[in-house]
Design a protein around this ligand. Structure first.
Ligand SMILES: Nc1nc2c(ncn2[C@@H]2O[C@H](COP(=O)(O)OP(=O)(O)OP(=O)(O)O)[C@@H](O)[C@H]2O)c(=O)[nH]1
Ligand SMILES: [Mg+2]
Length: 240
């Protein structure tokens, strides 16, 4: 996997950071990793710095001053990547919900099968979620159905955060116009790619709830998604 970088946003992931970095690098000697850390009080960033000697030239760290949301962390990461020559740019969580062994499947969907954007999807073959309480599974599943209904996108897992983008997708989408910061960010990115008629493929993956560290999901993130999707769709109609 040459020319490939995995962006991992982090906030207080000290219990996962070293293990996830090692797990990603163990997939291929060619992979690079960019950590976008929001000055985590648990010193996640310091741990990354300490590992940079061992992974010299392939482990990078961008530090922002304060917790500013997952969406803007990715936008920051995308811009960093586009200044360099990467052809495949991944989004991935630090908490092992996304299995690093699946990176190759997402990569192949783009590199071999010709997708512009591949999504690690939980809802292709039933509901592949491990260790989430039923309420959370239901919420996520219904959220994806809701987004399909409103946006018209033919994607099962619209809130998925395990994604491989071909460079041209991120070059084409106006990153300065991406508005959402929580889950809705994931929906918005897919919607923008869909409007630009990029080829989107879903690859079935098994999603496992975090076993270490704390969730950052909040009610404001959920309401942003519920109301944001409707306004996003309406705006897209007027912009046509
Ligand atoms: N830089 C940065 N990273 C964040 C922020 N919020 C979440 N993250 C990271 O984004 C990834 C996903 O966050 P999670 O807390 O796992 O959110 P989630 O997957 O929706 O929730 P759970 O899996 O239930 O914990 C993790 O790697 C987090 O550390 C943020 O404001 N800034
Ligand atoms: Mg998580």
């Amino acid at each position: 996997m040459p020319d490939t970088v995995v962006i991992i946003p982090t906030y207080n992931e000290i219990e996962n950071i070293e293990a996830i970095i090692r797990a990603v690098f163990s997939q291929s000697d060619h992979l690079h990793i960019l950590i976008v850390d929001d000055n985590s009080p648990d010193l996640t960033g310091l741990k990354v710095k300490a590992l940079q000697d061992e992974f010299s030239g392939k482990l990078f760290l961008e530090t922002r001053q304060e917790k500013s949301g997952l969406g803007t962390a990715y936008i920051h990461g995308f811009k960093w990547c586009l200044k360099r020559s990467y052809q495949y740019i991944f989004e991935m969580d630090a908490d092992f919900s996304h299995n690093p062994n699946d990176i190759i499947k997402l990569y192949n969907a783009c590199h071999i099968d010709g997708a512009h954007l591949s999504i690690g999807s939980r809802y292709i073959t039933g509901v592949n979620v491990v260790n989430w309480p039923m309420s959370r599974v239901l919420m996520s599943y219904l959220a994806s159905k809701y987004v399909r209904l409103i946006t018209g996108m033919n994607i099962q897992d619209t809130t998925a955060g395990f994604v491989c983008y071909k460079r041209e997708v991120l070059e084409t989408i106006d990153l300065n116009k991406i508005k959402f910061i929580g889950y809705a960010f994931q929906i918005e990115m897919k919607f923008k790619a869909y409007l630009k008629q990029f080829k989107i493929t879903e690859v079935p993956v098994i999603f496992t709830d975090r076993t270490r560290g704390e969730s950052k999901l909040s009610s404001s993130i959920i309401s942003e998604a519920i109301f944001g999707v409707i306004s996003m769709k309406l705006k897209s109609l007027f912009e046509k």
